[in-house]
Design a protein around this ligand. Structure first.
Ligand SMILES: Cc1cc2nc3c(=O)[nH]c(=O)nc-3n(C[C@H](O)[C@H](O)[C@H](O)COP(=O)(O)OP(=O)(O)OC[C@H]3O[C@@H](n4cnc5c(N)ncnc54)[C@H](O)[C@@H]3O)c2cc1C
Length: 490
């Protein structure tokens, strides 16, 4: 018989998007004695970075009737379901997709009931016509959403323990009955639980796991985590250690990133534009308009040799970005067609450091600064300029509007990598977020949510449904806690 230092009905591991919602629902709706364990000194995880979260047929969509874009409509649940399934090339798991879609509207109502105020429901990339208008944006975005939820969880009676990493699952007769953790003083703590919900945010900050599982294993070191550095896959490993199965565990949500910069940096915004992109040999390799879908773009970049790419532009293009803004936006981080007024200063400062941006008065000078073979790079630039002059790209068929020539000195290069928003495949779960073992059976007492749960995606993060990761985090946390409460009360 396992012994414990303390006992709860429900233990939730991780206090980000999924975990905080799970703790709130467990304590409030389920009336469960709930503990929320957080490894970091503060709560919130990646939830505080998010802009919008996805939902279908929500009260906010219904109240607005039409999105603020001509020719668009708010998607039905069926459209949402089909988009996930189709986008994944039928690799997503129907029961997980069904839950994510069907339960999403109630998630919005719950957040509203807690005082969250939604400002708009829209797409993310204004120039991206294939997106569904699923992203719900609230006042204060993810930061406010977390404040509202964590307060509600505390008010409902959940005990929140920060600096308290979970280390292992405690199993008795095949059922999860608790968690071995470490308290804020580093002391071992055994917590009994009738159910455990894993919400550790995946393994985006664990380079060994990226090397082991991700599709970019060879370039894992070049990937740059943007997710919290505490998202190291502990919870995934805890489940694997007791026989959990995986589902598309290697899938990552990536975004192009200027190394060392954050998503809001103007240098990053410039490097993400569909200018000339070359690999580390100085050769062009893709239709750069892939930038329109940041997940695809970053996948392409992360697959290059060394996991790096260089965005090349001349002074005229820099001036264009300063005066007219981006050709491609990135939500609130890089606003579409909003003048990048500080670009020259930021770029010059970054070039002076010479680590991820370079500036030179000649093409050959730029090649030497970055480390390309000057002759190869000169040939690439000459060919690209020819294509720009003709308004035709016979190599990759890029839209002629984005064939900006490289003619006017000085010339610039920005090194881009795959930035990790999070890992988005991991443990195999059913539609109630119960973890499934390698024997195909549910592991009793164990749930996985948010980025710890696989099933919504195939081999790529779906940007066609904006707000997907945090929408799924919220809804999966809710569904898991509700199911746990039902089981515990029986
Ligand atoms: C910069 C950025 C912008 C983003 N923008 C959006 C957006 O606009 N829309 C969208 O849908 N998604 C967005 N995302 C993704 C979204 O933030 C995540 O998908 C979501 O937060 C995942 O929720 P989660 O609960 O699974 O993990 P998280 O919210 O990251 O929470 C995981 C928590 O678990 C804790 N933890 C880990 N291991 C342990 C352990 N052993 N013991 C205790 N605690 C542990 C971590 O410290 C962390 O606090 C963005 C991500 C980033 C990084």
């Amino acid at each position: 018989m396992a012994t414990f230092d303390t006992e709860y009905d429900l233990v939730v591991v991780g206090s980000g998007t999924a975990g905080t919602m799970a703790a709130y629902i467990g304590a409030k709706e389920g009336g469960l004695k709930t503990a929320l364990l957080e490894k970091a000194p503060q709560t919130g995880g990646g939830s505080v970075f998010t802009e919008g979260h996805a939902a279908f047929e929500s009260s906010e969509q219904k109240a607005r009737k039409l999105p603020p874009r001509p020719g668009m409509h708010y998607p039905t649940r069926v459209e949402g379901y089909q988009r996930y399934i189709d986008y994944s090339h039928k690799r997503a798991k129907p029961e997980v997709v069904r839950t994510a879609v069907n339960e999403s509207a109630e998630t919005i109502d719950i957040l509203k009931s807690l005082g969250l105020v939604y400002t708009h429901v829209d797409i993310y990339a204004l120039e991206q016509p294939s997106e569904l208008a699923s992203a719900h944006f609230s006042e204060g975005l993810g930061q406010r959403m977390h404040e509202v939820l964590i307060q509600a969880a505390r008010d409902a009676g959940a005990d929140v323990f920060t600096s308290t990493p979970a280390r292992e699952l405690i199993v008795e007769d095949g059922k999860v009955v608790g968690v071995a953790a470490e308290d804020a003083d580093g002391q071992a703590l055994r917590i009994g639980a009738k159910a455990v919900i894993l919400a550790g945010g995946g393994f985006g900050a664990n380079v060994e796991m990226l090397r082991k599982y991700s599709r970019f294993a060879a370039n894992a070191e070049a990937l740059v985590p943007l997710c919290p550095d505490t998202n190291t896959g502990d919870t995934v490993n805890m489940a694997l250690a007791i026989g959990a199965d995986t589902f598309e565990i290697g899938t990552l949500a990536l975004v192009p990133l200027a190394n060392g910069k954050n998503l809001a940096a103007i240098t990053n915004g410039a490097g993400s534009q569909p200018v000339l992109w070359v690999d580390r040999t100085g050769r062009r390799y893709w239709d750069e308009f892939v930038a329109l879908c940041f997940a695809d773009a970053a996948n392409v970049i992360a697959s290059r040799p060394g996991g790096v790419s260089y965005s090349i532009m001349d002074q005229d293009t820099v001036r264009h970005l300063i005066e007219n803004g981006s050709d491609i936006g990135l939500g609130e981080f890089v606003k579409f067609q909003t003048p990048m007024v500080t670009l020259q200063t930021e770029l010059d400062e970054a070039a002076a450091e010479g680590e991820m941006a370079w500036k030179a008065d000649s093409i050959e000078g730029l090649a030497k600064a970055v480390g390309f073979d000057p002759a190869v790079f000169r040939a690439t630039v000459d060919q690209y300029n020819e294509f720009a002059a003709k308004g035709e790209d016979p190599l990759f068929f890029k839209d002629a509007r984005y064939l900006r020539p490289i003619l006017k000195a000085p010339f610039y290069a920005i090194e881009m990598r795959g930035g990790i928003l999070g890992s988005v495949g991991a443990l195999n779960v059913d539609g109630d977020m119960r973890v499934i073992g390698t024997n195909g059976e549910v592991i009793e007492g164990l749930y996985a949510t948010g980025e710890d749960a696989g099933g919504l995606f195939g081999d790529n993060y779906v940007l066609d449904v904006p707000g997907t990761a945090s929408g799924f985090g919220l809804t999966s946390g809710r569904v898991a806690a509700r199911h746990a409460a039902k089981v515990i009360k029986v």
